[in-house]
Design a binder for this molecule. Structure first.
Ligand code: BV8
Ligand code: ZN
Length: 242
């Protein structure tokens, strides 16, 4: 099936189905100028993830980790949602059961206006106290290094799920409910290598959903999903609603 025939089939399914779940990754924000993690120009090409995105790295050198997050906060604050983010806002407004599960920490889905969003890897604009656990929104760029909690003076860390850390149980529950309930799962712009999100396509499929992947490049899941469409998210996603 060629791309336009696949888009047409997805449009028909979207019009018919009342339970839709969307899993997004860095690829949906790439067109907004947020660097992806892997592949050419990926963030991880210059930095080893375990050196920066892990609790061990933060224990060893919190200053280095905060400098990396400051650099990313500075990049992301100038980025705006793109047509793919806005198309998902329109999709939610059509009504029915809907949830976006995003691995992105940039906050662009909510900035675009999406309501039902589970940010399963956290949010770069939130901080959390390593002593008392309080979370807060903090949009300072650069954030003072090293930032401290106004309640207990504990060291603040990014409110982000690092490698080796568990996801928030509420986010996990919302995600699993959405994967079990949906008739259609759209997987947009993720390389599908980071767990547990990498297993979400199979979970939805086991529960009977039609699973479609929209990605610029093939992924390890392209042969397992019901449909894989290649192209940029900002071109493809709006076409589904046109
Ligand atoms: C956990 C935070 C329980 C940093 C991130 C061995 C086997 C299986 C699992 C494991 C294992 N060893 C360790 C694990 C567990 C580990 C894991 O999955 N590791 C992998 C790498 C093997 N997972 C965890 O630790 C998770 N927790 O499992 O808890 C537990 C606890 C302890 C011990 C065991 C289990 C926590 C994972 C959280 C990781 N946090 N980031 C930060 O953001 O500051 S990961 C990082 O990757 C980002 O969050 C990112 O969201 C995520 C996924 O990446 P993608 O979004 O997919 O981005 P990527 O660049 O890879 O791909 C972009 C895609 O877009 C590409 O396909 C590209 O082609 C496409 N694209 C590009 N441009 C476009 C486009 N598509 C469309 N349009 C475009 N324009
Ligand atoms: Zn505190």
């Amino acid at each position: 099936m060629n791309t336009s025939a696949m888009i047409q089939e997805l449009k028909t399914r979207l019009a018919r189905h009342t339970a839709v779940t969307v899993l997004t990754g860095a690829g949906i924000s790439a067109d907004s100028g947020v660097p992806t993690f892997r592949g050419q120009d990926g963030l991880w090409n210059n930095y080893r993830p375990e050196e920066l995105a892990s609790p061990e790295a933060f224990d060893r050198d919190p200053r280095l980790v905060w400098e990396w997050y400051n650099w990313r906060r500075n990049l992301i604050r100038n980025c705006q949602p793109n047509p793919a983010h806005y198309a998902l806002v329109d999709l939610e407004r059509r009504g029915g059961t809907f949830r976006i599960i995003t691995q992105n920490v940039d906050g662009l889905h909510t900035l675009a206006g999406s309501q039902r969003v589970s940010e399963i890897h956290g949010n770069i604009w939130k901080v959390r106290c390593t002593r008392c656990g309080r979370t807060a929104v903090n949009r300072e760029v650069p954030i003072a290094i090293l930032p401290h909690c106004s309640h207990c003076q504990g060291l603040l860390r990014p409110h982000i799920v690092w490698f080796g850390e568990s996801l928030d149980p509420v986010d996990l529950q919302q995600s699993h409910d959405a994967l079990r309930q949906c008739e259609l799962l759209l997987i947009i712009g993720t390389s599908g290598v980071v767990y547990p999100a990498a297993s979400f396509g199979s979970v939805a499929k086991e529960h009977g959903a039609f699973v479609a992947e929209l990605n610029r490049d093939p992924t390890p899941h392209s042969d397992l999903v019901d449909m894989a469409i290649h192209g940029s998210a900002q071109d493809l996603v709006p076409q589904l609603l046109a």
